[in-house]
Design a protein. Structure first.
Length: 224
C-alpha cells in the first residue's frame, strides 16, 4: 500500500505520480495520451458525492470547491480501485484564479495533468479537464506557448466547466477568450461541458466542435 501523503509539499508536488511521463513545453507539463476511443458519459457526478451515482454510469468529475477533492491530489493512489467502478473520470479542476500569481496558475495546470496521467496509467478512462486563468495561460504572448493547453492531445475529447466560473462580466470575458483559444489550439472532436452554456459565450462557437452539455449536480438533483 502506498504511503499516505499529508500534503502536496511533503512529496514535492506529487512528482512521484509522473516519474515515467512525457512532459510538454518549457514548464514540463505531464502529457495525458488521448483515449483510444471517444466515450460520452451518461452524466457527471462530483467526486465528493460520487456514492450518490448508484449505478456508476457517470464519469467522476471535480467541478466543486478544491477542498472537497484535496485527497485526490494528496492520496491519488488510494482512490484507484474506487474510481475504477466508474466508466471514466474528468481530471481535477484545480482553481486557476485570474488574480492569482502566474506560478500558482501553472501549478494548477500541472496538478490537473499529473493526477490525470497517473490515473490514466492505471487503466482508468481519463478525459482532460481544460481550465485556464488569465490571458497569460491561454495566449502565447509571454512564453511562446499556451500553458493551459499543454499536456493534452489535439483532435480528441476534453471537458470544461462553467459552473461557478462565469458569474461576473470579467469572468465571462476571460472564459470566452480562453474557450476560443482552446478550440483553436486543440481542435477537439468533443467538448463535454459541466454547467450552463450561455448563448453570449457559446452561441457562435457551436460549429467549432461537438459540445455535450451536462447539468451541474445541484440542478440535476432538483430536476429529479
Amino acid at each position: 500500500m502506498a504511503k499516505k501523503v499529508s500534503n502536496l509539499v511533503d512529496e514535492g508536488f506529487r512528482i512521484d505520480l509522473v516519474v515515467d511521463a512525457f512532459f510538454d513545453g518549457c514548464f514540463e507539463i505531464p502529457h495525458i495520451n488521448a483515449p483510444s476511443e471517444i466515450i460520452i458519459p451518461d452524466g457527471m457526478v462530483p467526486f465528493s458525492v460520487r456514492e450518490r451515482s448508484r449505478e456508476y454510469k457517470d464519469f467522476v468529475c471535480f467541478y466543486e470547491h478544491d477542498i472537497k477533492f484535496r485527497n485526490i491530489l494528496t492520496d491519488t493512489e488510494q482512490y484507484v480501485d474506487d474510481l475504477k467502478r466508474f466508466p471514466g473520470i474528468i481530471t481535477p479542476d484545480c482553481s486557476l484564479y485570474i488574480d492569482a500569481p502566474l506560478c500558482v496558475q501553472i501549478a494548477g495546470v500541472y496538478l490537473n495533468r499529473a493526477v490525470g496521467y497517473y490515473l490514466s496509467k492505471q487503466g482508468i478512462y481519463t478525459v482532460p479537464n481544460i481550465r485556464w486563468g488569465d490571458e497569460r495561460t491561454y495566449t502565447d504572448e509571454l512564453f511562446g506557448e499556451k500553458i493551459a493547453f499543454q499536456g493534452v492531445d489535439k483532435h480528441s475529447i476534453v471537458s470544461i466547466g462553467t459552473y461557478g466560473q462565469i458569474k461576473s462580466a470579467e469572468s465571462k470575458r476571460y472564459f470566452r477568450e480562453g474557450l476560443i483559444a482552446m478550440l483553436d489550439e486543440l481542435e477537439p472532436e468533443v467538448v463535454l461541458v459541466y454547467g450552463a452554456m450561455p448563448v453570449k459565450i457559446f452561441g457562435d462557437l457551436m460549429n467549432k466542435t461537438r459540445f455535450v452539455q451536462f447539468d451541474d449536480w445541484t440542478t440535476r438533483v432538483k430536476k429529479k
